[in-house]
Design a protein. Structure first.
Length: 90
């Protein structure tokens, strides 16, 4: 029995995370002086998938997001939210 692959509906949060990932990854790429193919290789993803992240059509798994974060040495919250999360100590 064949299963059909349906595109999941985009959510505002998912769209925001993907947009922030794209901006953060491009900022890091430029800061490191890499081309897009080199950046994809550093992140351990394919060049076409990197371009899909940039154009917002990718749907990266948590495993892929974590691998990108680890390879770029960027905290997950920075990669996904575009800024460092504030830690409040009471």
């Amino acid at each position: 029995m064949a299963t059909s692959k349906r595109k999941k509906t985009d959510t505002d949060l998912g769209t925001m995370i993907l947009r922030n990932m794209a901006m953060t990854m491009e900022r890091e790429r430029e800061k490191r002086g890499l081309n897009k193919k080199e950046m994809a290789s550093l992140c351990e993803i394919t060049s076409p998938y990197y371009l899909q992240i940039l154009d917002g059509s990718a749907n990266p798994s948590l495993q892929v997001i974590t691998r990108i974060s680890t390879n770029l040495k960027i905290p997950l919250q920075v990669l996904m939210m575009g800024q460092k999360a504030e830690v409040k100590v009471d």
